[in-house]
Design a protein around this ligand. Structure first.
Ligand code: CA2
Length: 147
């Protein structure tokens, strides 16, 4: 398990982590998340780049740019999860595998959060485990790469 290049994508409002709604999303900041994941990647001989955007097109552009540059993606599409066919199509259009992560347990929340349109283009989905979900997604790709 070494030498993977990760791209971690976060969608709308996730730049506000740690600033609002700590009961749902925790007290740690977006910068704190990036620091944790950078340390995790480095501890496994890997690297990670981050994209956070409140704009659907910027996330699509980042996905389009991933082939040849990254081995795996970890994405929290935020609310785009629930309705962005454009993100679904972007994920389908590239050969870089992605795991979808949600900090909260979307199934314990409003009905409109229960369904993900983007998860169909992902290897799998992790939700409800807080920031640990991002680590778990990276760890999965590292184990897959181990042999
Ligand atoms: O649980 C998740 O990670 C979500 O993807 C977060 C999205 C939400 O729309 C999804 O249904 C589930 C929203 C992110 C909003 O993040 C905030 C963070 C701090 C303060 C306010 C919002």
């Amino acid at each position: 398990s070494s030498d993977l290049k990760f791209l971690v994508l976060n969608g709308p409002n996730l730049n506000l982590l740690g600033q609002r709604e700590p009961g749902i999303y925790g007290e740690q900041t977006y910068d704190g998340l990036c620091r944790q994941l950078t340390a995790f990647a480095e501890a496994h001989g890997s690297t990670v780049d981050f994209v956070q955007s409140n704009y659907e097109g910027a996330l699509i552009d980042a996905i389009h740019g991933a082939p040849g540059k990254y081995d795996a993606m970890v994405m929290n599409p935020g609310a785009f999860t629930h309705y962005s066919i454009a993100l679904l199509d972007a994920l389908k259009a590239v050969d870089v595998p992605c795991i979808e992560v949600h900090i909260s347990n979307i199934h314990q929340r409003e009905e409109f959060r229960h369904h993900s349109v983007t998860a169909a283009a992902c290897v799998g989905q992790i939700c409800g485990l807080g920031f640990y979900g991002y680590h778990a997604a990276m760890a999965y790709f590292l184990t897959q790469d181990a042999n």
